[in-house]
Design a protein around this ligand. Structure first.
Ligand code: ATP
Length: 278
């Protein structure tokens, strides 16, 4: 899998490698979405390459969550194609869809844990769905995933209603990583967390992403989340992606949304450290 994170042309010796190895993890082409008379996206294109952490930003109601739902096949656009791992998801039969489904994890805003299942059973759920692992192996894997998100084996016995907001997010993250996905899709990962918890959750995702090298597509309004995680930013405005690239490049684009979003004092302070690192 190609782990390059920039968009520069490959050197000649690398360009001879098979085309499939350079296929974007997510490729959106000519996507249009409409709810009734309201056009949300018009002829939208987006590429997310392997290893990138792509943050999708845009005004409220600009269609970020809708785009995420289309990327993972929960919603079918009116027009255009979405390819996941090089495969057009609209054409995939149920078997192929299930195979694709195992290659990405999704973290919803509120965690979306099964309230009637313990923490252990929530994390075990996708593993049991494989019908390939025995309970001893599942137990081992669940303990590993708990440790990965800095929770202890005893937390496995708790029910979701007994968890703090920060723990719910960690359990949901452990469940979304249970099948070792190549792509993690995050919708406002730090929504509802106080600043300290948000910062430690961002640090955790960032450490796991660096260690496991999965690709990320996330929606966030939060500048600290953006600064702590994103290698790339895609800006959704005027019903399409008006800018996409590393933060410094995107911030230099002349567009009213970009001026307003990035040019506040807080934005500059949050992003200045990132810009010097990336
Ligand atoms: N299933 C649906 N049926 C009708 N309208 C919808 C549906 N889903 C979303 N919308 C509308 O589409 C627009 C885009 O919604 P979406 O949730 O994608 O925006 P967003 O950019 O994620 O917004 P926010 O940042 O406020 O969460 C909104 O006006 C929303 O009300």
């Amino acid at each position: 899998m190609d782990r390059r994170t920039d968009m520069t042309p490959l050197p000649a010796h690398e360009s001879a490698s098979p085309v499939v190895s350079r296929a974007p993890v997510v490729q959106v082409r000519g996507l249009s979405t409409r709810f009734g008379e309201t056009v949300i996206h018009r002829d939208l294109d987006l590429d997310v390459l392997a290893g990138q952490v792509m943050a999708l930003v845009g005004g409220s109601g600009s269609g970020k969550t809708t785009l995420l739902r289309e990327i993972i096949g929960l919603l079918t656009p009116e027009r255009g194609t979405v390819r996941l791992f090089g495969e057009p998801i609209a054409d995939a039969d149920p078997l192929r869809r299930r195979a694709l489904r195992r290659r990405f994890g999704m973290l919803f805003q509120q965690g979306a844990l099964f309230s009637a299942l313990s923490v252990f059973d929530n994390i075990a759920f996708p593993l049991r769905e494989l019908h390939r692992l025995d309970e001893a192996m599942i137990g081992e894997l669940v303990r590993l995933k708990l440790a990965m998100v800095e929770l202890e084996p005893r937390h496995g016995h708790l029910m979701p209603a007994e968890l703090s907001g920060g723990m719910i997010k960690r359990v949901a993250l452990a469940r979304s990583l249970a099948l070792e996905p190549e792509l993690l899709v995050l919708d406002e990962p730090t929504a509802g967390l106080d600043p300290d918890l948000a910062a430690s959750f961002v640090k955790l995702i960032s450490a796991l992403q660096k260690e496991l090298n999965f690709t990320v597509v996330m929606v966030t309004h939060d500048l600290d989340t953006l600064a702590g995680l994103a290698t790339h930013i895609a800006v959704l405005a005027d019903q399409r992606i008006i800018a996409c690239g590393p933060p410094a490049e995107v911030m230099a684009v002349d567009h009213p949304f970009i001026h307003n979003f990035f040019c506040s004092e807080h934005a500059l302070a949050a992003l200045s450290a990132t810009l010097s690192k990336k």
